[in-house]
Design a protein around this ligand. Structure first.
Ligand code: NAI
Length: 718
């Protein structure tokens, strides 16, 4: 709702009241409409101020109302009536003015903001556009290029930037409502002709066509296949080329298309999914709201290779003091140069300064004696990690949390090497660790609730999306990825090319297809793991060359590594690059010959493979593994898996994550396709639909938010 009162004799003060962010729910809109009417009808009121209670102007639409029957007064005429008022209306912005909140402010004649406020039109991030006149008023106020930038990215701006852009009339350090009321008194009776943004024309630009073409290319490149940013460009184009009323019609049409699209549903699901992962729980009953995290002020990183350096930077950026340990002198020397320059680059990006002396370097593990938490990032070698954990257990304080960044090794086994296994958890970062948002927090059988809570909270402090997962080979993300990679290799054996597979995945929305991605991360990484597992034996001939433990296996990746093709780092992989370290992938005739010879050698007759098969084989098998992970309780809910895939593996956000995608496609269809592919490839057991997936279908394919119940019911029956 909204509260109305008269202040300073002649100012009608309207206060939005809907905690926590004064979202524009039906009752708030009704409150505004009623209050504006009262203010305009009251002879004693000469001007109006609109503000929000508890230091927040307005966080925008109430997204819980999306998808429900629309009730209460609509936003567009409400804002129109404010703008058309014959008494000056001033927006007093504190905290934030986002989405519909900023659109409301744009309908006011003046905008005054506190210096700490944030403003923005983030609708695009929910698959929508600012459809209460935002796409029509903002370009008229601040010009087309700046409006395009804000509307297509959804980024928030500070009050200082908003003032510079021309969104605000005044920024204050003092009580914003008091300043706004004084200001409202000062403009009483002044003409409002030049204050109604809808009557402005956009500032003329010399080459409008190329500006919009460029904008379109940019948004298409940034989020492949996402329709909301494209619609945002089209709406701003309407502002630049059509009269206001027609532009509003166009805005409405475009919004209608977006509102009913699967992408808006996916993005809104994902908005809530991100919050859900913070409310973690483990099968043993530990929970986010009953587990107390420990304070962590000083942390250590062991091993300053690729990952250790990034983790050191991320810890320092989070304000911790860090002891960085590296036993190899040359590596230590390189890290001492690399870490400060990574910090400097991060500071330029984030506008922060980090004291370089918050990091101390050491060649010995004795230096970590007084830290609260250690993150181990030495080579992926169990014997070495065992030794490191034994040492840490002796050197550290008895209550120090010992974490491992292993990407696949057994966290329980590492815990068993220490005196306090309850203080051991996995903190699985993704490369580059100071940039990538995802952190898998891996709890072991004996990890204490406090240890999990501490790692989760530290992740959050480091700006990560922390997802709690159980201990199994590859945890959640890499375990699912393994199935996806296998299918991609099998498709090559059956007649596909890396180009065809990558194109299908990139058109789906991944920033990089599986082969381009493997070339970037290095083919040797997986090869080393397969060798350690006794899989990468290319001396085998005949049918046994392509079978391991009774299941289909493709040695293609191993063969490429034997040819020294490790991807970008060697200038050759699934593609060729102009030099080692080159970034532009080019089709490689050598690779195509190699695939032809390989197929001929194994009697494989290449067939025509279409995009649909690529997507179904690669994605449905990954999804199937996701269901298996849910069934085993490795992830607590589908939101956890979706957050892992969007933040760690480039799954397009506008498709909501793999589990949401399965829900969209229809679980029955996923089962039917998996069964079909399993019939065609009986020696690939992972194509068989998982028990949970079948059970969900048997339960009438409930929507994704009800899956947890089906999982819970099953577990309570066991
Ligand atoms: P790396 O080979 O770049 O670095 C390992 C570093 O540990 C080397 O500098 C080595 O000298 C140092 N080291 C070895 N023994 C040591 C000891 N006893 N004390 C101190 N330092 C020691 O390896 P990378 O890629 O950084 O991987 C480290 C860990 O992170 C592995 O467990 C890996 O599986 C995991 N990981 C790697 C990812 C990646 O993309 N590279 C992603 C996520 C996890």
């Amino acid at each position: 709702m909204a509260q109305y009162r008269r202040v300073s004799g002649s100012v009608g003060l309207i206060t939005l009241q809907n905690p926590p962010v004064n979202a524009l729910s039906a009752s708030v809109r009704q409150g505004i409409v009623d209050s504006v009417k009262r203010a305009l009808g009251d002879q004693k009121v000469k001007s109006v101020v609109i503000c929000g209670q508890n230091g927040v102007f307005c966080g925008g639409a109430d997204i819980r109302e999306f998808g429900r029957q629309m009730s209460g007064p609509p936003l567009v005429p409400m804002i129109h009536d404010i703008e058309a008022a014959n008494k000056p209306v001033v927006a007093a912005i504190e905290g934030s003015a986002l989405g519909g909140g900023l659109e409301l402010a744009l309908g006011c004649h003046y905008r005054i903001s506190h210096s700490k406020a944030k403003l923005g039109l983030p609708e695009v991030t929910l698959g929508l556009l600012p459809a209460a006149g935002g796409t029509q008023r903002l370009p008229r106020l601040i010009g087309v290029p700046a409006a395009l930038n804000l509307i297509t990215t959804g980024r928030h701006v500070t009050a200082a930037e908003a003032l510079q852009l021309g969104i605000l009339d005044h920024v204050t350090e003092h009580n914003t409502v008091d300043v706004a009321v004084k200001f409202a008194l000062s403009v009483t009776g002044e003409s409002l002709d030049g204050r109604r943004i809808s009557s402005f024309s956009c500032a003329p630009l010399s080459d409008l066509d190329s500006l919009f073409e460029e904008a379109m290319l940019k948004v298409r490149g940034a989020a492949r296949g996402a329709i909301a940013p494209v619609a945002c460009v089209q709406a701003v184009r309407a502002a630049a080329t059509l009269p206001y009323a027609q532009g509003m019609e166009r805005e409405k049409e475009l919004m209608a298309t977006l509102f009913h699209s699967g992408q808006a549903r996916a993005l809104q699901y994902f908005f809530f999914a991100q919050r859900a992962v913070g409310r973690w729980s483990t099968p043993s009953g530990a929970r986010w709201d009953t587990s107390q995290p420990r304070p962590v002020r000083k942390a250590a990183v062991i091993g300053l290779g690729t990952m250790g350096r990034g983790i050191t930077v991320a810890l320092a950026q989070a304000g911790l003091s860090v002891v960085a340990v590296e036993t190899h002198a040359k590596q230590l020397m390189e890290a001492k140069k690399a870490v400060p320059s990574m910090l400097k680059r991060g500071a330029v990006r984030g506008g922060t300064t980090i004291e370089p002396d918050s990091i101390t370097y050491s060649e010995t593990v004795q230096a970590v004696a007084d830290v609260d938490l250690v993150i181990e990032a030495v080579f992926e070698d169990m014997a070495l990690k065992e030794k490191v954990f034994q040492q840490l257990s002796i050197v550290c304080k008895p209550d120090t949390l010992l974490c491992t960044n292993t990407s696949s090794l057994d966290v329980d086994h590492l815990a068993s090497q220490t005196r306090h296994p309850e203080l051991v958890v996995g903190m699985h970062f993704f490369a580059p660790a100071h940039v990538m948002k995802l952190l898998e927090v891996v709890y072991g059988r004996r990890s204490s609730p406090a240890a999990v809570a501490t790692a989760m909270q530290l992740g959050k402090k480091m700006g990560k999306v922390s997802v709690a997962v159980g201990n199994c080979r590859g945890f959640a993300g890499n375990r699912m990825l393994k199935r996806y990679l296998e299918q991609a290799f099998f498709l090559l054996e059956e007649g596909a090319t890396p180009e065809l597979v990558d194109r299908a995945l990139e058109e789906f929305g991944f920033p990089m297809g599986v082969f381009r991605m493997s070339d970037l991360s290095g083919l040797d990484v997986g090869w080393r793991v397969r060798k350690a597992d006794g899989l990468a034996d290319t001396s085998l001939t005949g049918t046994s060359a392509r079978v391991r433990q009774g299941c289909r296996y493709s040695p293609l990746g191993d063969l490429l590594c034997e040819h020294g093709r490790f991807g970008q780092k060697t200038g050759r992989g699934w593609y060729q690059y102009d030099k080692p370290g080159g970034r532009v992938a080019k089709s490689d005739p050598w690779l195509h010959n190699f695939l032809d010879e390989y197929r001929a050698r194994h009697g494989l007759v290449p067939r025509c493979i279409d995009q649909q098969e690529v997507l179904e084989r690669c994605l449905f098998v990954l999804i199937n593994e996701g269901f298996q992970i849910l069934e085993e309780g490795i992830a607590a809910g589908p939101e956890d898996i979706d957050a892992i895939y969007v933040f760690g593996y480039g799954w397009p956000r506008h498709r909501g994550g793999p589990m949401f995608y399965a829900d969209m496609v229809g679980l029955e269809r996923v089962v039917e396709r998996l069964e079909r592919y399993h019939q065609a490839h009986p020696n690939v057991p992972y194509l068989q639909p998982s028990g949970l997936l079948r059970r969900l279908v048997a339960n009438g394919s409930p929507p994704i938010h009800k899956w947890r119940n089906v999982i819970k019911n099953r577990n309570s029956q066991l």
